[in-house]
Design a protein around this ligand. Structure first.
Ligand code: HEM
Length: 470
């Protein structure tokens, strides 16, 4: 009996050692894989990857490995072999469908981006792109910001990210499917906040858990969108020329556009706006508060725009927006909250190493955005620096909105919204910190228990050479 037991244990141990060896030395068809560690099976280095960082600097996971192994390293996340690049991100983003394809750790993101690209990119661009922004949305956005900031002055403190998320979701939900938060007496922001919290929870769907709340909240929003579709089918006269109306028109000709898919895409677009722009704005406000001289410059530049108008009451024109030199590039460059994943569909050879077919390439924007060789003193807050770089250098060294065929469909909308928000905020309001939110970077950018400010109206626009006091 004993010898059999010992043989069985020995067999299991040999199997584990062999499995572990194969895991740590993945097949490469005889070519050289770049250095790095695959961690321990089956999770590899997933836990280290998800440890939150409390700084705007490059995520320690990436920074430490670049220091140890060089700009390219291999690792393993969620059971899959991953190669992280530092130097050829721009190239990879141009290789969609040739050397790489879309792939996400989160199947939700993959499905969303896959469908959107295939069916709805043109429609998204018609609604969120420069033409509609220029012709229709710009004054509406300014009006929305004016009303929101006026409301903020009524509170002793405002959680910036949450408050931004509320106004942006109210705006986009109307744009997408005519949802009128004010009339309904309910903004979608609470539901989304709860959904997002649940995204990073343990995937156990039992009542009382964050995961359960995520599922319930997702269902609730999907139901609201679906009901709107049904109402419109029942009484077409109610149509309002929004995104949903246009998709429903397309649905008549395209069988692949099912109710489920359309509902899901609208949900995903709401999700895209609910997290990204609010984080950017919160970081902008946080950094401006810390850098009064930058704040002063920004206020002067924006006041000058108003002063040079013949009619002071008019809203921002497209030309004025384009003349604003304070860009959100600097904020996004420093926030680096979005990671981009691709799967190789061919072996890729780089600098004597191979990234085998089927591997994941992890594009971490901050390892490019915070590279001192590309941006001198990368963590210094200088909103005007990207202007000095020139458009070509900037395009290659800035990938917060992705690049190539799959670049962000909401990039211009996001840029306009941030510019308009800051324009109104610095020319008409002032603020003080109530409670500073600590930076927490996971795959998204968070601010601890929230970044709270007190907002008040500026008595009047300051004289031309007046100082700006926070
Ligand atoms: C600060 C704001 C935003 C950031 C940083 C951002 C970032 C990104 C990135 C990095 C991608 C590329 C993903 C990939 O290549 O795998 C992307 C794609 C996309 N984004 Fe955004 N996004 C923002 C706001 C928005 C908004 C407001 C919308 C909605 C109107 C939006 C809609 C999309 C769509 C539709 C795609 C898919 C494009 C395609 O696959 O063809 N984004 N975004």
């Amino acid at each position: 009996m004993w010898p059999m037991g010992i043989s069985a244990i020995a067999f299991v141990m040999i199997y584990i050692v062999h499995w572990s060896y194969k895991w740590r030395n993945p097949p490469s068809n005889g070519s050289r894989l770049h250095p790095g560690s695959m961690g321990l099976p089956p999770i590899g280095e997933t836990i280290q990857f998800f440890i939150p960082s409390k700084s705007l600097d490059m995520p320690p996971f990436v920074k430490n490995r670049i220091k140890k192994y060089g700009p390219m390293f291999k690792t393993s996340l969620a059971g899959r072999p991953v190669s992280s690049d530092a130097d050829f991100k721009y190239f990879i983003l141009q290789q969609e469908g040739k050397l790489v394809e879309l792939w996400y750790l989160d199947s939700f993101a993959e499905v969303f981006l896959g469908y959107i690209h295939k069916h709805l990119k043109k429609l998204i661009s018609e609604h969120f792109g420069p033409k509609n922004l220029k012709g229709k949305l710009l004054p509406k956005l300014e009006d929305m910001v004016n009303r929101a900031l006026h409301d903020w002055t009524m509170y002793e403190s405002v959680d910036v990210k949450h408050a931004c998320s509320t106004i942006i979701l109210d705006f986009t939900s109307k744009l997408l499917f005519g949802y009128e938060a004010e009339k309904r007496g309910e903004s979608l922001s609470e539901t989304f906040a709860s959904f997002i919290q649940g995204l990073f929870s343990f995937p156990l769907n039992i009542p009382g858990t964050a995961c359960h709340r995520r599922v319930q909240n997702q269902k609730k929003i999907l139901k609201t969108i679906r009901e709107t579709m049904e109402e419109r089918r029942a009484s077409p006269a109610k149509s309002s020329e929004d995104f949903l109306d246009h998709v429903m028109e397309d649905m008549k000709a395209q069988n692949s556009l099912t109710d489920d898919l359309v509902t899901f895409v609208i949900f995903a677009l709401l999700l895209a706006t609910s997290e990204t722009i609010p984080s950017t704005l919160t970081l902008a406000i946080k950094l401006l508060t810390k850098h009064p001289l930058v704040m002063q410059e920004l206020a002067k530049e924006n006041e000058e725009i108003i002063r040079s108008r013949e009619n002071k009451e008019t809203s921002i024109t497209w030309k004025e927006y384009k003349s604003m030199t304070f860009t959100m590039h600097v904020i996004l460059r420093m926030s680096g909250s979005v990671g981009i994943l691709r799967r190789t569909i061919e072996d890729i050879y780089v600098n004597g190493y191979t990234i085998p077919k089927g591997w994941t390439i992890m594009i971490v924007p901050s390892s490019l955005h915070l590279k001192p060789e590309k941006y001198k003193d990368p963590l210094t807050f200088n909103p005007w620096r990207s202007k000095d770089l020139g458009p070509n250098v900037r395009a290659k060294n800035f990938i917060s909105f992705g690049g190539g065929m799959r670049s962000c469909g909401g990039a211009e909308f996001s840029k306009v919204l941030v510019a308009v928000f800051l324009h109104v905020f610095v020319t008409k309001y002032r603020w003080t910190n109530v409670k500073e939110g600590e930076i927490v970077r996971t795959s998204m950018l968070g601010f601890g228990a929230g970044h709270y400010i007190k907002v008040s109206k500026q008595p009047e626009m300051k004289p031309e050479n007046g100082d700006y006091h926070l």
